[in-house]
Structure formats: structure tokens, C-alpha cells
Design a protein around this ligand. Sequence first.
Ligand code: FE2
Ligand code: FE2
Length: 228
Amino acid sequence: MQTFSTGMTVGQLMMEHPECTPILHAHQISATGALGLTLGQACAAKNVDAASLLSKLVASASEPGGVPTTDLRRMTDLELIEHVLTVHHTFLRRALPWLQHVSGRVVELHGERDARLMELDSALSELADWLRKHMQEEEEALFPMLLQGRLRTDILRRELRAVRHEHAEVTGFIRRLRECSDDYTAPHWADSVHKEFLAELEVLEQDILRHMFVENQVLLPRFVADLG
Ligand SMILES: [Fe+2]
Ligand SMILES: [Fe+2]
């Protein structure tokens, strides 16, 4: 049985129990903005009943399957970077083309009924472009630079601050996706394609938040402990 308490920080919880991340995200508690808060504080800020959330977290941690609970902190730098590439970058390269294709189909089918579907399609397209460029820069420049380990600390600090600053931009994209989709809620008239699209958008958000969390909180601090 896992032990959880409202005194744990959200960051500690996500690090030690990654299987709980989807439940936190479902309650709007995410790696963007709540990491340093205790679970109790994050619940109060989002008007979430802490006792009921705690029982869901305990239940999820006791379930077999789900998100693998690999302890990323025990990995070498190379293993951790390979984990980011094989889990998160690979997921995005598979998910984004499919999501963009289905988004276009949903616009064709229902765009006249709900103009926000076109806004959602544009927001997804901008996010996809941003993610592809960001991943390419990491794969071609950042990760090789980290593995070579030859940069002066002041230059490394500047580079890593820039990466973390770039990660913060993703929050704006996710906010737009949520605004255009009523937090991924299907309208009463939605068909199965539309419902699946919204469900998969939410999976995309969860993966992106976990991806940014791993890079910001596990990978980058290995190279510069205090990025300020
Ligand atoms: Fe990445
Ligand atoms: Fe990144």
C-alpha cells in the first residue's frame, strides 16, 4: 500500500508516483504551476476535495498496470535521454499526424455547426509545429550537448534556462486547446469520431505535461542544479 498525504508536494508525488499523474491532470493539477505546492494547497486552489483525491491516488497506485513506475532518478544521463526520446518524442511523432488528420475530419463534418472546431484545429496545428521544432532542437543540439558535457557552466546555465523558458510556452497552447474544447468535453451531438478526437487530445495533454516535467525536473537539474 502506497502512503500519500496532503503534505506531499505535487512535484514529489509526480516524481515518486508517475502512475498518479493522469488523476492529478483530471483535477486540473498539473506540472505547470503546482509543482512546489503541497497536495493540500493545490486542492484548495482548484477547489478539489483533498480526501476524495487522496483515496483515488491510493487506489491508482495499488492497481497493476497503468503508467510504468520506472524511477527516472536511478537512470544514467544517457538512459534518461533515451527514455525521453523513446517514450515522449516517439509518442508525439505518432500522435500528432493522427490528431491533425482527425481534427480536419471533425472540422469537415461539424465545422458549420460549431465554429470553435476551426479554432481548435488551428491551435492544434500551431502546437504541433511548436513541438516538432522543439523536439528537433533537443535531438540535434541540446541532448548531444548535454551528453558531451564540455560546455562551461555559465554557458550551460544560459542554454538550460532558455530551454526551460521554452517549455513554459506549452502552457499557453494547452490553455487554448482547453478553451476551444470546453476542457475536452464532447457536446451532446458529437459523433464517435469527435468523441475519440477529444479523448485523444486529453491523452496528448497528459503526455506533454509529463514530458515537460521529466525534462524540467529530472533531466535539466542534473546539469545545473539551480537554474534560478
Ligand atoms: Fe523533449
Ligand atoms: Fe523539451
